[in-house]
Design a protein around this ligand. Sequence first.
Ligand code: OGA
Ligand code: NI
Length: 350
Amino acid sequence: MSLKQISVIDLSQIDSQHDARIADEIRFACHEYGFFYVINHGVEKVLLDDYWLLLKRFFELPGEIKESINKIHSPHFRGWESLGSELTNNQVDHREQLDIGPEREALTNPYPHYERLIGPNQWPTALPGFQECVLTFMAKMSTVARRILSLMSMSLGLDSDQIHHSFGEIPGPYLKLIRYPSTPSGSQGVGIHKDSGYLTLLLQDNIGGLEAQACDGKWYGIRPREGAFVVNVGELLQMITHHYFIAAPHRVVNAKPVERFSSAFFYSPDLHARLDPLPLGQGLIEQARRSAWHQNDGFMPSRQQILMGTQKQGTENLPRVFGHRYWQRWERSYPEIVRKYYPQDYTADS
Ligand code: OGA
Ligand code: NI
């Protein structure tokens, strides 16, 4: 593994004097690595401390309490899952997690099929203050994500709200609270994947174990950095930037003998949003086209494609409406939930 150091963007430094330099730095980071850190992001330390404490307390809850909000009870893929419930590349991940999405009522007649993702969360009521803290945290993270998207937009020579325009009416923030026990040898904490939204904001403790692949094909560690969020580009940004931004493959292996905690916040558009390419300048489009790595870098396959042996899919086959793409993400990771609630859509393993 090489020892690359990714950029650290100080959000408190953004003013007209620094804008151009920071824009260059963000553009470079998103083109070469798809990863960077942000510091001085404006989310209060007291909120982060409360949130982090509740995250750990959640995982300490007795098994039967967590079991009562098992994701298998949710037709909307929300709730807790025990170790080994999620598949990445059709292999079991060695992590335990709680998934929380936009808090909405389920629709009586969800149509198209991806509207089945709309629905309520399963909250751990045994933890006082948990729901309130998590919702406050998600609202703050949405603000930070929007700010970063506007910087990304400007870094591409576009209006600051151009990317956000494509979001539609109801953006879909999604939060994952994660615990990684020490990864058994030969296993994966989470297997190699790309994130499915526009961007991800990750908080991690000081254990380490997150690795990403750069455009030279080498893997490098995204080391813990006190007070920073790790930002990574999701597939949709790669898609709409003509592959100029890259959604880097990443994975986690916790090689330490102690557990590791993290929190991943995924910022995604309205389910009905159309994923049209951004009007980038010809120079950037050409630059992406000339790089074989950028051109050939594909996207996570659907479950059906995985079962047929496809490793990656190209932009041309990706659904143009976000909900269609997003459904593929959940179907790929949780075939058992699809089998339980939507048997007509279930694709068996063989
Ligand atoms: C993810 C992810 C990294 C981590 O959940 O998509 O990449 O450090 N998580 O937990
Ligand atoms: Ni990820």
